[in-house]
Design a protein around this ligand. Structure first.
Ligand code: NAP
Ligand code: MG
Length: 495
């Protein structure tokens, strides 16, 4: 597949090579299989991408294994790996606009958001480049006639399976620590959004990553993803996506070779709002927390527990804001919300809204796809939701806020309601009473808790779930530990 470009709104966007990237070369699938890549803003197919079958995944594993065992990466100094990662980060920044356009084309997110995502991806690669040489072991106080130390060693070949909501950023969250630690990797982007990963593959060559260290296999989860998770020569799989798929991945890992697994899965994050909160600031946060990225965010604040005293006016203002949100062509300046990623996603989201109405929720705004080409779904507010409705229990992954009212119950019953979910990714609490905020914050069963703020991220701050939101942590020094295993080394110290 030669390079080609596509024209969207008079904007010429050069497409990356859409083959598989194995052993430092772009190559079609052995079978010649392809699948279509679509622009969700127009429902048009923009390019065919090579579709990796199990035999292609096997080629990628051979390349990654060979690169790993050669030591060219795994035994290079951490400083050198870090340097090459930083070079890759520089190249991502150099190609910022191009990568952002590819991201908008693939995912449908507003171009301004895509720019932010790509910048964050570059920062992430650079951060792990910088801390690569901080991967250290310990010396342990054993008996005097021996010396005992620990080494943190890479696992080997890692399969990274990522979703479509932040394609390059989610890739960077996993590539950064996996590569910094000395592993070689096989990245499977989501079938909806392979373009930015393929461009990154091209840049990895320019940065000087040795062939086979970083491989990309495009394709559908059931075939390409499953070939990774069941492969006997992959040592670790890191996954971000749905809880249902996470469970399949654990099964496949267990049945093949007990490969290590880390899972960042879905959420149903509660936001608890008290009358004494700084309501204007809370409104901004609640709004962004559910509508940013078209609501396709694993830690979206999708269940708003609003105190009875302030619920009406708060929800009224929120609804008015939702109605004035600019939804439309994601390449157009000033557009705040683009299309959902796919027709399946549009149907899923709408199905949840319909089910909520049937179960007694009141639709305040939104609730119907826009009457135009593209998978546009407006910001939607559902009032009078109860925590037992399907919309409050399952991950909608779209711009749909469920409002659940609470009264002056005992604090513990509000906490119990917030925790009454299979998920445990994130939660937020708004109250100026810090004793109360901390009391609740310590009792929420979630991997991330925000008090009087929301959707805060930083490269140094670990991110991941409790309960069925998964295990293992992305970001921070913690993520480095997800890609290393400990060797205990004993030495005799006696003549
Ligand atoms: P998904 O199935 O979890 O997809 C995530 C990744 O896993 C994709 O790369 C996917 O490939 C791959 N995959 C799918 N089945 C697999 C399998 N059996 N073995 C190995 N890999 C597999 O999510 P989805 O189908 O795109 O979306 C469905 C729902 O998942 C959404 O509505 C949302 O609720 C949730 N979701 C959550 C997140 C999150 O960040 N927590 C992200 C995305 C989706 P393909 O894309 O090629 O199928
Ligand atoms: Mg899928």
């Amino acid at each position: 597949m030669a390079k080609q470009s596509i024209s969207i709104n008079n904007l010429e966007i050069e497409l990356p090579n859409c083959n598989l990237f194995i052993g430092g070369e772009f190559t079609p699938a052995l079978s010649g299989a392809t699948f279509p890549v679509e622009y969700p803003g127009s429902e048009e197919t923009i390019a065919p991408a090579a579709y990796a079958q199990p035999e292609d995944v096997n080629q990628a594993v051979l390349a990654a294994r060979q690169a790993f065992e050669s030591g060219i990466w795994s035994r290079a100094s951490a400083h050198k790996r870090g340097y090459l990662l930083s070079r890759l980060a520089d190249l991502v920044e150099k190609h910022l606009e191009h990568l952002a356009r590819l991201e908008t084309l693939d995912n449908g997110k507003p171009y301004s958001s895509a720019l932010g995502d790509i910048r964050s991806a570059a920062f992430c690669l650079r951060y792990y480049g910088q801390i690569a040489s901080t991967i250290e072991g310990e010396s342990l106080p054993v008996s005097d006639d021996h010396l005992c130390i620990t080494l943190r060693e890479p696992y080997g070949v890692c399969g990274l399976i990522i979703p479509w909501n932040y394609p390059l950023l989610m890739a960077a969250w996993k590539l950064g620590p996996a590569l910094a630690a000395g592993n070689t990797v096989i990245l499977k982007p989501a079938e909806q959004t392979p373009l930015s990963a393929l461009k990154l593959a091209e840049l990895s060559l320019e940065a000087g990553l040795p062939p086979g260290v970083f491989n990309v296999v495009n394709g559908y989860g059931e075939v390409t993803g499953a070939a990774i998770t069941s492969h006997p020569d992959i040592d670790k799989v890191a996954f971000t996506g749905s809880t249902a798929t996470g469970k399949l991945i654990m099964q496949a890992a267990a049945q093949s070779n007990l490969k290590r697994v880390s899972l960042e899965l879905g959420g149903k994050s509660p936001v608890i709002l008290f009358p004494d909160a700084k309501l204007d600031a809370a409104l901004e946060d609640v709004f962004d927390g559910i509508y940013d990225n078209q609501g396709q965010v694993c830690c979206a604040g999708s269940r708003l527990f609003a105190h009875k005293k302030i619920k009406e006016p708060f929800v009224e203002q929120l609804t008015a804001r939702a109605q004035s949100r600019v939804v439309g062509d994601p390449f157009e300046e000033g557009v705040e919300q683009g299309p959902l990623v796919s027709s399946e996603q549009l149907e899923r989201v709408h199905g949840y809204v319909e089910s909520a109405k049937q179960q007694g929720a009141r639709l305040l705004t939104g609730g119907e796809r826009l009457n135009r080409k593209g998978y546009f779904y407006p910001p939607t507010v559902l009032d009078q939701v109860s925590n037992s409705m399907t919309v409050a229990r399952e991950e909608v992954f779209g711009p749909v806020l469920s409002v659940i009212e609470f009264d002056d119950h005992a604090l513990d019953s509000i906490i119990a309601a917030a925790n009454d979910t299979d998920y445990g990714l994130a939660a937020a609490v708004y109250t100026q009473d810090m004793d109360r905020a901390l009391y609740i914050g310590k009792r929420l069963k979630a991997g991330v808790v925000w008090l009087n703020c929301s959707q805060k991220f930083d490269l140094v701050a670990p991110f991941g779930g409790y309960k069925q939101s998964g295990f293992g942590r992305d970001l921070g020094r913690h993520a480095l530990h997800e890609y290393t295993q400990i060797k205990t080394l004993w030495m005799r110290a006696k003549p």
